[in-house]
Ligand binder design. Structure first.
Ligand code: C2E
Ligand code: CA
Ligand code: CA
Ligand code: CA
Length: 279
């Protein structure tokens, strides 16, 4: 038994080492990825179901590693946050998304809005507002066509500062969307102090909206809240006709999800613009 115990211990430390080795090499790969141009943005349409038109797109980061293949953002964004790499990566995302929206506007889709995700770490950067302003200037994109998606937990971390930063962003003319709304801890009373445009209903409430009474109640309440506060509301993770109908019946007409389109490379999402109505 003593022998086995020692082996177990060795096994344990070996796997611990493998874990940290894996993390270390992932971090190394991640550091190089920007320079090697391994990142790419996909775009998922946001659709208004009463007009059937694409009102905007959400930019979603993809990492195409030559050996690891397509790495999901869910698996590398947390590491990028932890290491601070999200700051340069996030700036690249913003710049690339703005360059793309400029191209689309010039190609004849003048009203399209692009939504870009902002991480907690980015939001805490002292020079966030200057960075955003610089990117808008350098790409020649009008601020009204940029929407920044932040999660409510980011704003709750330091409410006072969040209000200051959000006001500065709004003064630039940018729209702010509260992403994953309903999953965090935000006190509803803060909502009226945050200069935001949009509440984004989290997909976890949409998924079982027609079968789970609690999810349905939360989604309905978020819609009612948005409407009464005069905020724009959009639902994510809309996968079925039933999801669509339930949301539309309650006054949420802007939606995003596999029912309309998966996130696509820029050229593929353009095909959808050309085809016109998505719904
Ligand atoms: P998110 O911001 O909540 O983005 C929505 C996620 O839901 C995306 O996953 C999208 O592909 C997925 N999705 C869209 N429609 C459906 C649907 O109908 N059903 C289901 N089940 N999923 C759907 P993705 O692209 O894997 O991104 C995951 C998360 O990674 C994002 O969640 C966001 O938090 C983060 N992320 C992605 N790109 C960026 C980025 O450029 N910067 C930062 N900071 N975070 C990013
Ligand atoms: Ca988002
Ligand atoms: Ca979301
Ligand atoms: Ca999410």
């Amino acid at each position: 038994t003593k022998e086995r115990g020692r082996n177990n211990f060795q096994l344990y430390t070996t796997s611990m080492n493998e874990d940290s080795m894996q993390k270390l090499s992932l971090e190394g790969f991640l550091r190089k990825a920007l320079g090697l141009q391994e990142f790419v943005l996909f775009y998922q349409p946001q659709v208004n179901v009463s007009s059937g038109e694409i009102i905007g797109v959400e930019a979603l980061l993809r990492w195409k590693h030559p050996v690891l293949g397509m790495v999901s953002p869910a698996s590398f964004i947390p590491l990028a946050e932890e290491t601070g790499l999200i700051v340069p990566i996030g700036e690249w995302v913003l710049r690339t998304a703005c360059e793309q929206i400029k191209i689309w506007h010039e190609a004849g889709y003048p009203d399209l809005i692009v939504a870009v995700n902002l991480s907690a770490r980015q939001f805490l950067q002292e020079d966030l507002v200057e960075m955003v302003q610089r990117v808008l200037e350098e790409t020649g994109v009008d601020a009204e066509f940029l929407e920044l998606e932040i999660t409510e937990s980011v704003t709750m971390h330091n409410v006072e500062r969040a209000i200051v930063v959000l006001n500065e962003l709004r003064n630039l003319g940018i729209r702010i969307s509260l992403d994953d709304f309903g999953t965090g801890y935000s006190s509803l009373s803060y909502l009226k102090h945050f200069p935001i445009h949009t509440l984004k209903i989290d997909q976890s409430f949409v998924r079982d909206i027609t079968t789970d009474a609690d999810d349905a109640a939360i989604a309905s309440s978020v819609i009612a809240l948005a409407l009464s506060l005069n905020l724009h509301v959009i639902a994510e993770g809309v996968e079925t006709e039933d999801h669509l109908r339930y949301l539309a019946e309650r006054g949420c007409y802007d939606m995003q999800g596999y029912h309309f389109s998966r996130p696509l490379p820029a050229q593929d999402v353009e095909q959808l613009f050309v085809r016109g109505k998505l719904f």
